[in-house]
Design a protein around this ligand. Structure first.
Ligand SMILES: [Zn+2]
Length: 482
């Protein structure tokens, strides 16, 4: 596989580029979806091709093709060079300052004990339909659904610096959900099975059946939930709920390309301007947010990024203070860093790499603390579980998040379910209101597989995580009136 990619780099060098890299990807994707007593759809696709990126006089050119032959390589390099030459004519400044990186040889393979593509479709259907039938046993449940989704990406990467890299990453994702109807209302409750860089081994039938029963019961309970109170309350978020808040208010806010204005027209900029690096108080001293593209089974763990930089671990926020950004080789110089953080990824062989959120998580508390102890110190508050509607402004500053299930807390204990509850805050206000997070025994990862960024849009995946965490005096509002 490497030979034709080297041909591309050699050809680009002869054409006068400063730097070039070439990637060949083989992508297999399968998705099985169930609805009530049957499968509603099943897709299985194979997709292969390569992309060549050239840097010429400070400007990029990129071209790609599904036809992997020596002739086509030459044509694609020539096309990429034409684009780079044209782009170089329009440069307003010096152009790309490319952070150096030593030549690297690496072969990365994710953990996959049971190849999901070797598991029979009947077994996948059986798992999902059995869970649906458990949910439908509950008379309030009028629709039960689920899906299993698998991806295997094999990647070969070569650049003009002499790097030769290969990765083989299998990831799996699944969820089930129930819709209850009654009481002049309908309500949905879901369970997300682990989404991670693992194989079918992470899905066990008994766990699906147990979760299906709980999900159905809680969907039914939501029908008679009280309307949420409004005002300022202490809140506790579970790992899954906080994962989305971390994603939106920290992950996207600290992508260096976004900060530098490269994403403004698509999904906004960021309030975390470069002058904040090293001394801005992002949160309370309980808040340490770790980026880690070496996290075991993390969805962004792939050995190396699409700039040819190995996965790294670094602090975005330490004890509440903002440390540094996610970056790629093109952006490191903007903050005086000599090396990229290795977080530039492309979602396809026909896509260019862009800075993506790494695996990013809130570190657990250092002293022993259980969710019950965390809740015991809340007189009147709300407990948010799972993900629901959310919105955040174009500066990643003002936001609101709901929960898939929300409980009222009274005198330190859960006291019934609430509906339509949303928490509203500003990013630094929210993270500064964090006064405790449970210890490592309660820390859980949560995979995100639908992160959209770029124009044209690219979809990335990464893992977040947290232990149940408490925030004091957060504004609660209602998403609906009745
Ligand atoms: Zn996202």
């Amino acid at each position: 596989m490497f030979d034709l990619l080297k041909l591309a780099c050699n050809s680009a060098t002869r054409a006068g580029c400063q730097f070039a890299d070439a990637r060949y990807l083989s992508i297999r994707k399968q998705r099985v979806v169930s609805r009530d007593h049957a499968l509603s759809s099943c897709s299985d696709g194979d997709d292969r091709g390569f992309g060549v990126r050239v840097l010429y006089q400070g400007a990029w050119g990129f071209a790609s093709s599904p036809t992997y032959t020596a002739d086509e390589i030459e044509k694609v390099v020539a096309r990429a060079m034409r684009i780079a030459r044209a782009s170089a004519m329009a440069l307003r400044e010096d152009g790309v300052k490319w952070a150096p990186e030593p030549a690297l040889t690496l072969d990365f393979k994710s953990t996959c004990r049971q190849d999901p593509f070797a598991v029979a479709l009947e077994d996948k259907a059986d798992l999902l339909i059995a869970a649906n039938e458990v949910m439908l046993k509950n008379k309030s449940i009028k629709r039960a659904q689920g899906f299993l989704s698998f991806k295997r990406v094999q990647r070969w990467y070569v650049n003009t610096e002499g790097s030769e890299l290969h990765s083989d990453v299998t990831s799996s994702e699944s969820a089930i959900w129930a819709i209850a109807v009654g009481n002049d209302d309908f309500q949905e409750r879901d369970w997300k099975a682990p989404a991670s860089n693992q194989g079918f081994e992470c899905y066990r039938k008994q766990e699906f059946l147990d979760q299906a029963e709980r999900v159905a019961a809680e969907a039914e309970e939501k029908l008679s939930a009280r309307l949420s109170p409004e005002g300022d309350f202490d809140i506790i978020t579970d790992s899954e709920n906080l994962s989305l808040t971390i994603h939106e208010s920290v992950g996207h806010a600290t992508e260096l390309d976004r900060v530098m204005g490269y994403e403004v027209s698509m999904a906004g900029s960021s309030f975390v301007t470069r002058d904040k690096q090293g001394d801005f108080r992002y949160g309370s001293d309980q808040v340490t947010l770790m980026a880690d593209n070496t996290l075991e089974n993390g969805l962004a763990t792939q050995g190396f990024d699409d700039d040819g930089v190995p996965g790294q671990r670094w602090e975005i926020v330490r004890d509440g203070i903002f440390q540094t950004y996610s970056s790629g080789r093109e952006f490191a110089h903007y903050i005086g860093e000599e090396r990229s953080r290795g977080s530039c990824r492309a979602d396809h062989w026909s896509s260019i790499p862009i800075v993506r959120i790494p695996n990013l998580f809130l570190m657990p508390g250092k002293t022993p603390l259980s969710p019950e102890e965390l809740m015991a110190d809340v007189k009147h508050g709300l407990y948010f579980e799972g993900m629901d509607s959310f919105s955040i402004d174009q500066w990643r500053l003002n936001f609101q998040f709901g929960g898939n299930a929300v409980w009222e807390i009274k005198n330190g204990k859960k006291a019934g379910m609430l509906k339509a509850a949303l928490y509203q805050s500003r990013t630094p206000t929210f993270w500064n209101a964090c006064d405790a997070t449970c210890d490592e025994n309660y820390w859980q990862p949560h995979g995100v597989t639908n992160c959209g960024k770029g124009d044209p849009m690219q979809i990335a995946q990464m893992t977040h995580g947290a232990a149940p965490t408490r925030f004091r005096k957060i504004r609660i509002c209602r998403g609906r009136d009745s």
